[in-house]
Design a protein around this ligand. Sequence first.
Ligand code: FAD
Length: 306
Amino acid sequence: MTSASMTASAEFRAAGTDLSERRRSGVSRGPLIDLAAAPDTIGVTWGADGAATIGALTSIAAIAADPRIAAAYPGIAASASGLATPQVRHLATLGGNLAQRSRCWYFRDPHIACLKKGGSECPARTGNHLYSVAFDLGPCVAPHPSTMAAALLAHDARIVTSQRPGISIGELLGDGSNGTSDHALAADEMIRSVELSAPLPGERALYKRAISRSHAEWPLAEVCARAVVTSGTFQFIRLTAGGIAPVPLRLAACEAGLQGKPAGAAVIAEAARLARSGASPLPMTGYKLDLLEGVVHDLLERLATP
Ligand SMILES: Cc1cc2nc3c(=O)[nH]c(=O)nc-3n(C[C@H](O)[C@H](O)[C@H](O)COP(=O)(O)OP(=O)(O)OC[C@H]3O[C@@H](n4cnc5c(N)ncnc54)[C@H](O)[C@@H]3O)c2cc1C
């Protein structure tokens, strides 16, 4: 299906693992357009520089199981294998993961108005926001739901759409100040593929999440970490986090505390504390900062260990 042949009010359906729930509840209504795989929208292709391009209709399970992805982008593979359940991963697509809608229970309730459904305020802000943001960057306090978006932010991914030859993952997600949407796609704009930057020589990458139960749940906080550690020094470090803000965040202060520094216990402990920089937790979400610091600390210790 091409964008030219659809109506503006229609909603794409890839595997439907997110959309079907909203259709059942009545949060999503109107016509659907089922996406069919085309050569550029499914599978993984590799550039001469070792950079991967992943089709938007590639399943999360296929990404998790791809040995070349696991070797070149272990943080992407671990993020893919860590989300949802085996059944969901088997069906769910990369494009659907990036464009999935908020998990906020007020948004998912068809009887409650919220900013993302044309309402004038965010009911979670003054209501039960236990699972909401700890970095309050906009009028809506729901954390961005996409695990793959946080991992792709760590890899400077570019998104190829039916209308644009390539936008950064940051442009796709925005800065969190627009509380009315979860992404910057036009209604008839389809994600076709995701281009990753080539991995760095000697790079290692890890992913970890803090979660309220062992699986089948979105994380309370999650982090993708990339590092090049040579001669006991952080030569390169990139940290991105999900579950804590309306968009996945780069932990810039934390990165600055590590770049060029010795990969020792004191540096790591101080850098992990810096993961909290800029946080503005809601009355019920301060606990997420403890989880975030703990996850970052654990990943850094593991990256520093040869
Ligand atoms: C129990 C459970 C736990 C989960 N845990 C996690 C988790 O920890 N982390 C996480 O990230 N996700 C989690 N998920 C969500 C799951 O990953 C998403 O439902 C799935 O990735 C959506 O992919 P899909 O192909 O089914 O998308 P669909 O349901 O088909 O579509 C989702 C949305 O994206 C749009 N869309 C789909 N494809 C495109 C495209 N190519 N271009 C533009 N728009 C498109 C659709 O219009 C729709 O609005 C969980 C789901 C369940 C049921």
